[in-house]
Design a protein around this ligand. Sequence first.
Ligand code: FES
Ligand code: FES
Length: 197
Amino acid sequence: MQGVGAGAGAVGILATPDEVQAQTSVNAMGPAPVSITLNVNGKPMKVNVEPRETLLDTLRNKLDHTGAKRVCDRGNCGACTMIVDNKVQYSCTILAIDAQGRQIQTIESLTANGKTHPIVPSFVNNDAQQCGYCTPGFVMAAKGFLDKNPNPTYEQVKDGLGGNLCRCGTYVGVRKAVLEAAKALRSGASVKGATNA
Ligand code: FES
Ligand code: FES
């Protein structure tokens, strides 16, 4: 009886075909490419995209931002991690058209304008990469984590970077790199190889 009651309630809130058409006709884009502007590392960039394209593919294939990697393309591995509106995100799970009006930060921003964020040399100092495919995603996840957790413990770093996978097993080096960068950011001291972003 409970199931019947729930079903009857659901029918009552369904949109009519006319309402559905009105909603979709307002928001539909494509299927042909559409012109959009993305805010990438503080700069507006115009690009033509098909509505099905992910933010990752648009940046890599059309805007020459190839730092983020396309590994699983399914929101599982974290190789495509970027910071969008101050949140760490998998860019393979965001449509480029949905990224309009949002602040997109890619790994290229960490070495821009002659400055290098401490997290970059910390990865080198702590031997935190092997093949390197996961590394850009880990670096951006670490940057986003440190923005919100300036004084983390080893366990907090381990949990905070739990959304990124490394098939080469560099996890310990990555966590040490994050702790080294955190210390440098707190003290203002530079990590060897960094130029204080
Ligand atoms: S490529 Fe996006 S999560 Fe794996
Ligand atoms: S360094 Fe090879 S997958 Fe992480």
